[in-house]
Design a protein around this ligand. Sequence first.
Ligand code: ZN
Length: 65
Amino acid sequence: MSNEQQLDNSVKFRPDYQWPDKDAERDCPKCNNSMQRQEDLPEYYGKPWWCHTCQWQFSEEELND
Ligand SMILES: [Zn+2]
């Protein structure tokens, strides 16, 4: 966290996704291959799950549907 953080409040690009546990594992709903869990980093704006096969991101919310 930097002191500049408060200046960024008006420009919040990062969606508030539910993030999986560090040891969580998920299979892709499209191809059933295991997906890669992304790190929950402040500069990462994508969804937590990445399927290399489909080249597609998934959120926990989508997977729980
Ligand atoms: Zn897939």
